[in-house]
Design a protein. Structure first.
Length: 235
């Protein structure tokens, strides 16, 4: 088992479960599928189920495209700074700890409190419109997905090749995308689940904060690669 892969996928999944993403999933899916107030009662029909899944797939492709490009760029920059890799890992570890403390609401970081998402009052027409919404999603909602995304970008900058960095961000995107697609496939069950258990999202935030701090400590103490090697031997 690759430790980088495990952390990237977990961070993506926890990003989906964050309090400013999970409760908005139903309205986001409805927005993507183009269902109006007049025909909302028809969302149980096969027509709208197919439309919702298809538009959701284009949506996740949109935000994945941006995340993977960021991962590739981050690794490329890291390659130019190879001789400072040890120092960069320690700085990255310290940053991850700070973001973990921010996620646990123990410190305040004004920059991460700014929501930079472009709000769309009306979805662009067609399937390409869902792709555009996905790109828009990836560029905002900083308070929730910012710390997790930044942590994976930091890990990407320490990779040996730019393609490894892009791979990590694709795994992060996968962790975020799979629940989106499953939610579209099981939309009715999702509504019931949120009605009963939406309060549990506060625990996913705490889990993400702990994950960021633990990863930061491993990088700061130069134990990250040792733990990764141990896990690969174990599994």
């Amino acid at each position: 088992m690759n430790l980088n892969t495990l952390i990237a996928f977990t961070a993506g999944f926890l990003s989906f479960c964050s309090p400013c993403v999970l409760p908005l999933i139903p309205s986001t899916l409805v927005f993507l599928s183009g269902i109006t107030v007049d025909d909302y009662n028809e969302f149980r029909t096969l027509k709208f189920e197919k439309a919702m899944v298809l538009h959701t797939l284009l949506f996740v492709v949109g935000f994945s495209f941006v995340f993977v490009a960021l991962g590739f760029s981050s690794s490329l920059v890291g390659r130019f700074l190879t001789e400072y890799q040890t120092v960069l890992m320690k700085i990255g570890g310290a940053l991850l700890i700070l973001m973990g403390l921010f996620t646990l609401n123990l410190i305040r970081i004004p920059l991460l409190n700014r929501e930079t998402v472009v709000h769309l009052k009306r979805k662009p027409i067609g399937l390409f419109g869902s792709f555009v919404v996905g790109v828009t999603f990836s560029l905002g909602w900083t308070p929730c997905i910012g710390p997790a995304l930044s942590s994976i970008l930091i890990l990407a900058s320490t990779q040996e090749t730019a393609y490894r960095g892009a791979y990590l961000l694709s795994i992060y995107s996968l962790g975020l995308a799979i629940p989106f697609v499953v939610s579209a496939l099981l939309f009715n069950l999702l509504l019931d689940f949120l009605g009963r258990f939406v309060h549990i999202v506060k625990y996913t935030v705490k889990a993400l904060g702990v994950l960021l701090i633990a990863t930061g400590l491993l990088l700061l103490t130069a134990q990250f690669h040792k733990l990764g090697q141990w896990l690969e031997q174990l599994f």
